[in-house]
Design a binder for this molecule. Structure first.
Ligand code: PLP
Length: 354
C-alpha cells in the first residue's frame, strides 16, 4: 500500500473547519482596521504591538523558502520546533490508539509530547555506535504506527545518523518520517530538506534556537510536502508567532553572515575542546560530534557534574539515560568559557586522583 496522506490524518482533523481569524479573512491594505477588537489607541511600550501579527508568517516563509531552495508552501513556522512536534501528534495520532517510534537515546520532547497526547511510544534503541537499527525499526512498525521520529545530528549523542538509512525508512514506511535537524547547521552534511520533493511522507524540523542564536524568540520550522504543511497551518493556534518574534527573525536574515561566522568558530572550538577533554584520565570517550555539543563518557559523571557546578559551570548530566551511562553532555562555549571548563576539569582531575 503506497503512502496515502488522507488515510493517515485523524478523522476529526480531516473534517476540521479551522478558526478564521480577522487577520486571515482580511490581510490587504486598508485605512482603518475595525475588525479585530484591538486597541486603536496603541500599546504602552516603545514598540507598538497593538495589532495582531500575520497568522501565516508570509515574509518569514518566503525568506526561509528562498534560503532552502523550496516553496513557501513547504514551510511551517512554529513557536519553537517543539510546537511542530506537538502538532504532528495532534494531526496524525489518535489518543490511546496509535503509536510512534523513537530511537533512544534521543531528544526528550518526543516522549513527553507522546505522553501528553496519550500516544504509545515504541522505543528502538540506536546501535552501539549510535546509528539507526533499520531492521529493528521496520520490524517495530504495526498498523497503528503513524510517525517515526529520527534526529540527526542526534541529541544527546551528537552524531549524524546514516542518511541512507533515513531514506530507506522513508521509502518503506507508509506513515510520516520526521527528521529533526535542530543541529544540522553545525554538520558538514547537507540537510534532508532537498529530499522532501521526492518523499511526500518526510518532514524535516529545524530551529532558530541553536545555530541562529535565537532560542529566546521561540521560532522553529517544519519542511514538508505542501499538503502536510497545510495541515499544520490548519491545526496551529491562529497567532502562534508574536509580531516581535516575526520581526526579529526577519532582521536576523539580514545578518546571516554573523551566524555563518559563529558556526565556523563553534566547529573550530568543538575540535579543540574535544582533543583537550580526551586527555583527562577520568574521561573514557569523547564521542565525535556534528553538533555544537559533545557527549563525554567519564568514570564518574555525578562527581564531574557536581565538581563543575562548584565552579559555576553547568553541563547536562546524561548518566541515567540508557546507553549514556557515565556521560555528560557539554555545549561548546566561547574560547573563554571553554578555558574555564578545562581549568575546572583539571582541578577535578587533581583532586580526584589520590
Ligand atoms: C534544541 C532542540 C530542539 C529545539 O526546539 P525549539 O523548540 O525550536 O527550541 C529541537 N530538537 C532537538 C533535537 C533539540 O535538541
Amino acid at each position: 500500500m503506497p503512502f496515502e496522506l488522507d488515510n493517515l490524518v485523524r478523522e476529526n482533523i480531516r473534517r476540521l473547519v479551522p478558526y478564521s481569524s480577522a487577520r486571515s479573512e482580511f490581510s490587504g491594505d486598508a485605512r482603518i482596521f475595525m475588525d479585530a477588537n484591538e486597541n486603536s489607541f496603541g500599546s504602552p511600550t516603545c514598540q507598538d504591538h497593538s495589532r495582531y501579527p500575520d497568522p501565516f508568517q508570509k515574509e518569514i516563509k518566503s525568506c526561509v523558502a528562498e534560503l532552502n531552495g523550496i516553496s513557501p508552501s513547504q514551510v511551517f513556522v512554529g513557536n519553537g520546533s517543539d510546537e511542530a512536534i506537538d502538532l504532528l501528534f495532534r494531526i496524525f495520532c489518535r489518543p490511546s490508539v496509535d503509536n510512534v517510534i523513537i530511537c533512544p537515546p534521543t531528544y526528550g520532547m518526543y516522549e513527553v509530547l507522546a505522553s501528553i497526547n496519550d500516544v504509545a511510544l515504541e522505543k528502538v534503541f540506536l546501535t552501539r555506535d549510535f546509528d539507526l537499527d533499520v531492521p529493528a525499526i521496520l520490524a517495530a512498525i504495526d498498523q497503528n504506527t503513524k510517525i517515526i521520529f529520527l534526529c540527526s545530528p542526534n541529541n544527546p549523542t551528537g552524531n549524524l545518523v546514516s542518511r541512507n538509512a533515513i531514506l530507506e525508512i522513508a521509502g518503506t514506511f507508509e506513515g510520516i518520517v520526521v527528521v529533526d535537524e535542530a543541529y544540522v547547521h553545525f554538520s558538514t552534511q547537507p540537510s534532508l530538506t532537498k529530499e522532501i520533493g521526492s518523499n511526500p511522507n518526510l518532514v524535516v524540523l529545524q530551529t532558530f534556537s541553536k545555530a541562529w542564536g535565537l532560542a529566546g524568540l521561540r521560532v522553529g520550522l517544519a519542511f514538508g510536502d505542501a499538503k502536510i504543511i497545510e495541515l499544520f497551518d490548519r491545526v496551529k493556534p491562529p497567532y502562534n508567532l508574536s509580531d516581535s518574534a516575526q520581526s526579529e527573525v526577519l532582521s536576523a536574515f539580514i545578518n546571516e553572515h554573523h551566524v555563518v561566522k559563529s558556526i565556523r568558530e563553534i566547529r573550530k572550538e568543538r575540535e579543540i575542546l574535544a582533543e583537550k577533554i580526551k586527555k583527562f584520565e577520568f574521561v573514557t570517550t569523547v564521542y565525535p560530534s556534528d553538533a555544537n555539543f559533545m557527549l563525554v563518557k567519564t568514570i564518574d559523571a555525578d562527581a564531574v557534574y557536581l565538581s563543575l557546578l562548584d565552579n559555576g559551570i553547568v553541563v547536562r548530566n546524561r548518566s541515567r539515560v540508557p546507553l549514556c551511562e557515565g556521560c555528560v553532555r557539554i555545549t561548546v562555549g566561547t574560547p573563554d568559557e571553554n578555558t574555564a571548563l578545562l581549568n575546572a576539569l583539571e582541578q577535578y582531575e587533581k583532586s580526584s586522583v589520590h
